[in-house]
Design a protein around this ligand. Structure first.
Ligand code: AOF
Ligand code: ZN
Length: 351
């Protein structure tokens, strides 16, 4: 029996959703590689599944094919990213699928890595495997925004995180700021950090707050030790931190902290991709750094944690940015909103 297109489409979406669930298990550990999941289906039953756990280790398809064994013959493989065609740290997954004898491969989206970029699909088609591309593309791509953007544009995906009061204030005039948002909101920030290749902050923030900017939560799906530590970049134009032996600051005690003296944020972002393979960048800084990134249109995603409190007109504003008229305002689309009791989390995309 051949399935009608409609039924097949519903099935494809269902199994791709399961492949995305697999991929999510690698979300905090695969960097700089993408999080990828694979499900192998034989006669409507799952015979193998897997995800890419870590750069250097086998790809998702390898684990799924291993579990499926001989049952991969004539099966359908669902993969959240185009199977690779290159021999990198591991052999090409497209060949693995061909050799296992799968009949059909369903892919959420193509791999923009120039080493792959359509060649995976080509290899499969040359082996007369039926290939379907474009099932749950959005959902699959949401897991790898940094990897995909960097491969396509050589720029990282930049998230700007700000914790504020209801009146958009981030600290009192004195600098006092611990704590405006709740423990639940701060715990959520751990997930943002765990997804990031680099965290950018300002010298001002280092001096005022002496932050660690590390991943330390025990509430992530994986132990914090398994998460590759995000690189820390301090914007230090006045060289207040780089050469002064400021061992009082936790970040300055780390030998791998990068100090950026230049003004040019675009240069920094490009360098993070080309020299450090940092594809997801998180900005956790004060109002002037936030204003710089926003006004130069370098922010891909703004995440606001808003506590239900008022700090008053003397308290410090969240963004140092002074539009001359309403026409110069920055506007956003709200992509997500949730309550992290008692705070509100907004995820916004600049228009
Ligand atoms: C896949 N399946 O599960 C993943 C893929 O250095 P390597 O050998 O691990 O290759 C990394 C590249 O492979 C990565 O940049 C991306 O293009 C692709 N990732 N491909 O078929 C997977 N993680
Ligand atoms: Zn692969």
């Amino acid at each position: 029996m051949t399935l009608s297109n409609h039924t097949q489409n519903a099935q494809d979406r269902y199994f791709m959703m399961l492949a995305i669930e697999q991929a999510k298990q690698g979300l905090y550990t695969t960097r700089p590689n993408p999080a990828v999941g694979c499900v192998i289906v034989q006669a409507e039953a799952i015979v193998g599944q897997g995800f890419h756990p870590k750069a250097g280790q086998p790809h998702a398809e390898v684990f799924a094919l291993k579990e499926a064994g001989a049952r991969a013959l004539d099966a359908t493989a669902y993969v959240t990213l185009e199977p690779c065609s290159h021999t990198g740290r591991t052999p090409p997954c497209a060949l693995g699928l061909i050799n296992a004898g799968v009949k059909r491969v369903v892919i959420a989206g193509l791999d923009p890595n120039p080493q792959v970029a359509g060649r995976g699909v080509k290899l499969l088609e040359q082996a007369e495997i039926e290939v379907t591309v474009g099932i749950l593309t959005e959902q699959a791509e949401a897991l790898n925004r940094g990897f995909l953007k960097a491969m396509r544009t050589q720029m990282p995906y930049v998230r700007l995180k700000i914790a504020t009061s209801l009146d958009g204030r981030t600290s009192m005039a004195s600098g006092e700021s611990k704590w405006i948002t709740s423990a639940a909101a701060r715990e959520d920030v751990q997930k943002l950090r765990a997804q990031s290749g680099a965290i950018i902050t300002g010298s001002e923030t280092v001096i005022a707050d002496n932050p660690q900017l590390n991943v330390r939560s025990n509430q992530l799906a994986v132990p914090p030790k398994q998460v590759p530590a995000p690189k820390v970049v301090v914007l230090d134009r006045r060289q207040r931190l780089e050469y002064s032996l400021q061992s009082d600051y936790q970040l300055c005690r780390r030998p791998d902290t990068i100090y950026w003296r230049e003004d040019n944020l675009t240069e920094l972002l490009k360098k993070l991709v080309s020299d450090h393979q940092c594809y997801d960048v998180l900005v956790e800084a004060g109002a002037s750094v936030a204003g710089g990134f926003l006004s130069q249109q370098l922010v891909d995603e703004l995440i606001v944690y808003q506590a239900p409190c008022l700090l008053g007109a003397q308290a410090r504003p969240m963004v140092d940015f002074n539009p001359l008229s309403l026409a110069q305002q920055l506007r956003f689309n709200i992509y997500g909103h949730e309550t992290l009791s008692p705070d509100l989390k907004l995820t916004l995309f600049p228009l």
